[in-house]
Design a protein around this ligand. Structure first.
Ligand code: GDG
Length: 466
């Protein structure tokens, strides 16, 4: 049996505790690695004064992890720099926030080389290698340069930007042509796949066939593989003792009101500012109803060393203060804004308690919160999902109330419609949504990608030079 090597920026091995803080992704990848004795390779999250190249092999939750420490300059230039100040905003259509700095390019190239050097001794002839996300686009090129002929697949978790935006990136073609060193390149949705094909058709006269694209004298398999959640585990988590305790704890303070919930990393792509403004519009438009509801927004901070993340946090602090200052009463606040993370089972309990899930990213590769909200609902009395039309998930979840997240009116109207929706319609929509969440779950995503990668051996003549 072929062994799977998973490579991602950070390694997050599954914990023994299924209701712990782990996401479905870690669990699903963990399972695949356990089944075939594979390895998860990436950065340990540790910073050291000087890169040593030492690989730390460990067994955690039944999975073998292989991690390397990075030096301070690597973290600044590769992780905080090229990955999160350049590629993340650019791929989320935010060229206003994109920073271009040559030292970032150098750091990104260096870390990809370091990953290739340290991964190389671990690779066995029959292994298949699955590389994740925008941090590691050049990794296959680096591995091929070191003689690796194994099958290598790449999955992009975030959107692929329109060609004219991508063209603002200095040396864009040099970067993305590195994807032709993979055997398979996968995206969350057909929309991102189309944008990817469009870029190479215009910039490199690529030819697109059935599930393949050829350019630069090479052919790569391409496809859409929408990621899902571990629906069964999430459904169970929503009924666990921890979730029940969370619901009980909230019940008193809810005091018969309807709760709206948002759960997002504190990231400008998640549309939190626009969401708060849309909710403020709802409060302004519905003075007679507004004290019967409140919005709980959970937003644990991320990437807080980066200026644009500090700015969005400051904006949200000010905006939440303004909304509460303007609308609160002595016994009611309209917005509970919490900058802290919670265990998954607690989150599941909170989702289940909320009459409305508000998921309004400005741009999102997929968005798993939308799927978690659906999975956590009580089938006999489910809540309503309000979902941005610009999340990849919208293509799979047309029964949600889809909104343009840039429009405060649309958000306000969807909140009003969702809170007033009759039970029969809530159940009808939820059943359709849940069908999709359960059938397109994280295992199917993993199995489809791995099967496509296993089948992706290209004819020898088309293979990139070793
Ligand atoms: C990227 C892409 C794509 C959030 N707060 C807490 C917490 N979370 C968990 C959620 C969810 C996960 O984080 C967030 O996943 P998303 O999919 O919503 O967004 P990104 O982090 O931006 O993920 C995205 C994803 O990759 C997978 O391919 O869908 O488009 O941007 O699982 O529940 N978890 C816990 N406490 C929190 O407070 N335990």
């Amino acid at each position: 049996m072929t062994r799977l090597i998973v490579v991602s920026n950070r390694v997050t091995p599954p914990t023994a505790d299924a209701t712990g803080s782990q996401g479905g992704l870690a669990v699903a990848i963990g399972e695949a690695l356990r089944e075939n004795g594979g390895v998860w390779f990436g950065w340990s999250g540790q910073r050291v004064p000087e890169f040593t190249g030492q690989v730390n092999l460990q067994r955690a939750g039944g999975v073998t992890t292989a991690t390397v420490d990075l030096e301070e300059q690597d973290v600044d230039e590769y992780y905080n720099g090229y990955a999160n100040k350049t590629l993340w905003p650019l791929f989320h259509y935010r060229i206003d926030l994109t920073e271009y700095d040559r030292s970032f390019d150098a750091g990104y190239a260096r870390v990809n080389q370091r990953f290739a050097d340290t991964l190389l001794p671990i690779i066995q002839p029959d292994d298949i290698i699955w590389v994740h996300d925008y941090h590691l686009i050049p990794l296959a090129r680096e591995l091929r340069a070191r003689g690796v002929t194994n099958r290598i697949g790449f999955f992009l978790h975030i959107p692929w930007p329109p060609m004219r935006l991508l063209a603002t990136l200095p040396r864009h073609k040099e970067l993305v042509s590195g994807l032709f060193d993979y055997d398979l390149v996968g995206f969350q949705t057909h929309e991102w796949l189309e944008a990817f094909c469009d870029y190479f058709q215009r910039e490199a006269d690529a030819e697109v066939g059935d599930g393949v694209m050829s350019a630069f004298g090479r052919t790569v398999r391409i496809g859409a593989f929408p990621i899902g959640i571990d629906a069964g585990a999430f459904k169970e988590a929503a009924k666990s003792a921890e979730a029940l305790a969370a619901r009980e704890r909230m019940r008193e303070s809810i005091a018969g009101r309807q709760m709206i919930v948002g759960v997002d990393r504190l990231d400008y792509s998640k549309g939190l500012e626009e969401r708060f403004l849309g909710y403020e519009r709802f409060l302004a438009d519905n003075p007679e109803r507004c004290q019967e509801v409140f919005l709980l927004q959970i937003a644990p901070p991320t990437r807080s060393e980066i200026g644009s993340y500090q700015e969005i946090r400051n904006k949200l602090d000010a905006l939440s203060g303004r909304i509460n200052g303007a609308y609160a009463e002595v016994d009611w606040v309209p917005l509970r804004y919490v900058n802290r993370g919670y265990p998954r089972a607690v989150l599941a309990g909170i989702y289940r308690t909320a009459r409305l899930g508000l998921v309004t990213p400005l741009r999102d590769g997929m968005n798993l919160v939308a799927k978690e909200y659906v999975a956590a609902q009580d089938p006999a009395d489910p809540g309503v999902l309000v979902l941005s039309q610009f999340a990849g998930a919208a293509l799979q979840m047309p029964e949600a109330l889809l909104v343009n997240p840039f429009s405060q009116e649309e958000i306000a109207e969807a909140i009003a419609e969702g809170l007033g929706m009759r039970k029969a319609e809530r159940i009808r929509r939820w059943e359709a949504l849940m069908h999709n969440v359960e059938s397109c779950d994280v295992r199917r995503w993993r199995d489809d990608f791995v099967a496509a990668l296993e089948a992706a051996r290209l004819p020898v003549a088309m293979r990139p030079p070793a």
